[in-house]
Write a protein that binds this ligand. Structure first.
Ligand SMILES: [Ca+2]
Ligand SMILES: [Ca+2]
Length: 265
């Protein structure tokens, strides 16, 4: 029986450098592009996001930072996530459902709470590596690029490694993202895909990268087949597309399904 593992992981992308007003200072928020992990069935996918900000110049009296969130259309609630300590300038928020969110941060202490930072928007969308479960995806590297719509020169190029929890964390510093942008993802053994006209408020799923480009040539053809054939019934990791420890007809099935598919630029 053919078994397929789906929705191994998700990418959670946001790009922004923001400014906030805090105690009379204008500070920069650097958002760390972050991560999301699809656990199990599509209905159970959750996102983990990471946010980071600069400490105020004067942290006297700051005992914590408060991170408020709201959905894409909706109001901030009175509850918040807490990063405790004046030097706690980042937070990971787990178990968010897929979709779009906005965040603001304040600092707080015995003297009260600062006015909120500017708002940032984030969109958590699933991106799968075809054929791989989350644990099998661990250690896989994904190249991510951001373009202006239709653009050919990447505004942002970054590499993300999926960690043992199935989470991708992509480096920060991604300032100046346009309101609408294209995303391109590429990973070894997979065809690159370009997702066009995305925005931070986009909520539709990104889908999967197609498996089978074993030589990373950008096309799935007879050369990939010959590599697979050479490694038939071995544990060759390149040819073992579904990560079950053996190269066999299950792996061949992905080549056949994606035959003559090619990279999207
Ligand atoms: Ca190929
Ligand atoms: Ca296999």
């Amino acid at each position: 029986m053919l078994r397929r593992f789906v929705l191994a992981l998700s990418s959670f992308l946001s790009f922004s450098t923001l400014h906030r007003r805090f105690a009379g200072h204008r500070e920069t928020f650097a958002i760390i592009l972050a991560a999301c992990f699809a656990a199990g069935a599509a209905s159970a996918q959750t996102a983990t996001i990471s946010l980071a900000w600069d400490a105020p110049t004067d942290i006297t009296g700051v005992s914590e930072y408060r991170v408020y969130s709201r959905p894409a259309s909706g109001a901030y609630t009175s509850s918040y996530y807490t990063a405790s300590g004046a030097n706690a300038t980042n937070i990971s928020i787990t178990n968010l459902g897929l979709g779009s969110y906005f965040f603001q941060v304040t600092s707080a202490g015995p003297g009260g709470e600062s006015s909120p930072s500017n708002e940032i928007g984030l969109s958590a969308e699933p991106l799968s590596l075809e054929g791989l479960s989350a644990s099998a995806a661990s250690g896989k590297s994904i190249n991510a690029q951001v373009f202006s719509p239709g653009g050919t020169v990447a505004l942002i190029t970054t590499n993300a490694v999926i960690n043992a929890s199935g989470v991708i964390v992509i480096g920060g510093g991604a300032a100046g993202l346009p309101g609408t942008f294209d995303l391109r993802f590429d990973a070894q053994n997979y065809l690159a895909r370009r997702f066009v006209n995305r925005s931070l408020s986009a909520t539709s799923a990104l889908g999967a990268l197609s498996a089978g480009d074993l030589d990373n040539s950008g096309i799935i053809n007879s050369i990939d087949y010959s590599i697979l054939k050479q490694n038939w019934l071995s544990a060759n990791s390149v040819s073992d597309i579904n990560g079950d420890g053996v190269v066999n007809s299950f792996d061949y099935g992905y080549l056949k399904k994606n035959w003559f598919g090619s990279d999207q630029n």
